[in-house]
Design a protein around this ligand. Structure first.
Ligand code: BQF
Length: 296
């Protein structure tokens, strides 16, 4: 089999177009445009790229945005005080603190300082907890984007075995919860693998749906997946490449050439899950502005 491509770039564009129309209607109804405040601490070249992508998407859909750049020398106290001001500012709908943070700052503490009603990344324990118990919540953008891709391509997950490689709070854990939900979407049986998993292949080979978010190039090879498997590659790894203008190329966590020969569907890197992450952030910011998740 040669897998069909899950075109995240295309579906993200459709999603942004939908948000653009909804924002237009919202503003026509007499509301101000949604506002996303990005907080960027320190200097990280990848973070600059991601914030750039988010800013461009905001412009496209009519969401106002500003990026507050803070020095990597900022203290936890100062950063939290900045966040508290944004929490209390009624003109701010969504707050996004770009990760990773410099080493001296605890992402957990900073995320917890954000008002969960403005937590458009869906990382706050209130949102994670509500997701877990099946209450409305802001959803982590990457897992939400993966569910949107399944919906767009009518890829069923009900009663399938979904194997997730990587147990991060941002991707692996929340996608396992969404796919495992008994009500609404999901309805899959899920296995979450992590770095202590013994014999990873024993798990991956049994997957009908394989979501890989491990941050390790070429971790998953064709021989590790079942014929007909749906493969979602969340990895974004920079590997050195002198033939490229930037000096690197992006690769996922899967060995694309061998995995695509076994899979029925596969997400490419780039252009797979990544663009959906940004599109779902636009959706979440509109939900925050409309107070759809947490009505007053
Ligand atoms: C694409 C991210 C790791 C650590 C922190 C489009 C993005 C990426 C890829 C993007 C990511 C990854 C983001 C593509 C946001 C996804 O064309 O394949 C967009 O902007 N992402 C982030 O903000 O922080 C990260 C990955």
């Amino acid at each position: 089999m040669s897998a069909k491509i899950i075109d995240g770039k295309k579906v993200a564009k459709l999603t942004r177009e939908e948000v653009r129309q909804d924002v237009e209607d919202w503003v026509k109804d007499g509301n101000r445009a949604p506002f996303l405040q990005v907080v960027l601490v320190g200097t990280n070249p990848a973070s600059d790229v991601y914030v750039g992508a988010k800013t461009r998407a905001c412009k496209e859909v009519g969401i106002q945005t500003d990026t507050k750049r803070l020095p990597d020398t900022i203290s936890a106290k100062e950063l939290k005080s900045t966040i508290h001001k944004l929490n209390n500012d009624d003109s701010v709908d969504g707050i996004l603190v770009q990760l990773p943070l410099p080493n001296h700052l605890s992402a957990h503490d900073v995320i917890e300082a954000i008002d969960y009603r403005k937590d458009v990344d869906g990382f706050h324990p209130m949102n994670v907890g509500r997701l877990t118990v099946g209450e409305p919540s802001f959803r982590s953008c990457t897992p939400a984007g993966i569910m949107e891709l399944f919906k767009h391509y009518s890829i069923p997950s009900k009663s399938k075995h979904a194997v997730i490689v990587g147990a991060s709070n941002i991707v692996g854990r929340p996608i396992s919860i969404l796919l495992n939900k008994e009500e609404g979407e999901g309805k899959a049986t899920t296995t979450v693998c992590h770095k202590y998993t013994k014999d990873l292949t024993r798990h991956t080979i049994s997957a009908d749906i394989l979501v890989v978010a491990a941050g390790q190039p070429n971790l998953i090879k064709g021989e590790m997946v079942k014929e007909g498997c749906v493969v979602v590659d969340v990895g974004i790894n920079r590997v050195a490449d002198e033939t490229k203008e930037k000096g690197y190329t992006l690769v996922g966590d899967c060995h694309f050439e061998s995995v695509k020969e076994k899979a029925s569907w596969i997400t490419p890197v780039p252009g797979g899950v990544g663009p959906m992450t940004v599109a779902m952030l636009m959706k979440n910011t509109l939900l925050a502005a409309k107070k759809s998740i947490y009505p007053e």
